[in-house]
Design a protein around this ligand. Structure first.
Ligand code: AP5
Ligand code: MG
Length: 236
């Protein structure tokens, strides 16, 4: 099982990059934020619990998150492995992932940190639009849809994520950058951390991520055909 971890603060571009990277590697794209949002949208018990934390910009407790992640990795499309987007988010999650992989004689292959300064993150999150059907990600500045307000892939309406309200963005940054630094330190100690400049174009960041994994550059940043999770958000 190949596990590649994509790290970065909120708005760094993990989701924008992860699906295409996973498709190129022949791995599943597993995004814990997408899984939580799908549960919120479906009104499951997990979704009701996760929502309480997400709307405050806090991390969902480790035990709940880990159980969901390991369940997802046990699904058939993840047999070959996965690109993890938004997991691990705490040192405890990173250590639990290491233990789960070690039980199978495996380990995280690489941890790629997308670095973007805070003022750029805030601007990006204010301008993020996602499609209601599948969470495809747009930005008026960097990746506008072909038809205003509609997803290029499935035509569904573009909405803003509930946690992209300015006050929640501030809370996410305040509460999540510390734990991210712990995860970064964890992979630095393991000698598998690679730092990627996330301030370039979407294509440039994609090329840098692929270069860090020793992969050939990608000719276009086309959407992969499918994303696993539903999205929820408020209408524009
Ligand atoms: P999650 O959904 O993972 O949110 P996040 O980590 O805050 O990251 P984002 O999805 O906001 O940003 P991104 O890096 O994916 O950026 P994107 O590609 O969209 O988690 C949500 C919540 O769930 C958490 O707050 C927490 O409550 C909970 N949670 C999730 N995982 C958890 C875990 N493991 N443990 C505990 N709790 C957990 O890009 C952003 C915008 O920028 C887009 O508009 C995009 O078009 C644009 N953009 C991207 N790249 C570029 C570029 N190079 N140039 C210009 N614009 C760009
Ligand atoms: Mg994301």
């Amino acid at each position: 099982m190949r596990i590649v971890v994509l790290l970065g603060p909120p708005g760094a571009g993990k989701g924008t990059q992860a699906a295409g990277l996973a498709a190129d590697l022949g791995l599943a794209h597993v995004a814990t934020g997408d899984l939580f949002r799908a549960n919120v949208a479906a009104g499951t018990e997990l979704g009701r619990l996760a929502r309480r934390y997400m709307e405050r910009g806090e991390l969902v407790p480790d035990d709940v998150t880990l159980a969901m992640l390991l369940g997802r990795l046990a699904e058939p499309d993840a047999t070959a492995g996965a690109v993890l987007d938004g997991f691990p988010r705490t040192r405890a999650q990173a250590e639990a992932l290491d233990r789960a992989l070690a039980e199978r004689g495996e380990r995280v292959e690489a941890a790629l940190l997308i670095e973007v300064p805070e003022d750029v993150l805030v601007a990006r999150l204010a301008d993020r639009w996602i499609c209601e059907a599948a969470g495809h990600i747009y930005s008026r500045a960097a990746r506008p849809p072909r038809v205003d307000g509609r997803c290029d892939v499935d035509g569904s309406p573009l909405v803003q994520r509930a946690d992209d309200r300015p006050e929640t963005v501030r809370a996410r940054l305040a509460q999540q950058l510390g734990p991210l630094a712990d995860v970064v330190a964890h992979y630095e100690r393991a000698g598998i951390l690679r730092r990627i400049d996330g301030t370039g174009s979407i294509e440039a960041v994609g090329a840098a991520l692929r270069a860090a994994l020793g992969m050939p550059a990608r000719s276009s940043a086309a959407w992969p055909s499918a994303r696993p999770a539903a999205a929820s958000g408020r209408s524009p």
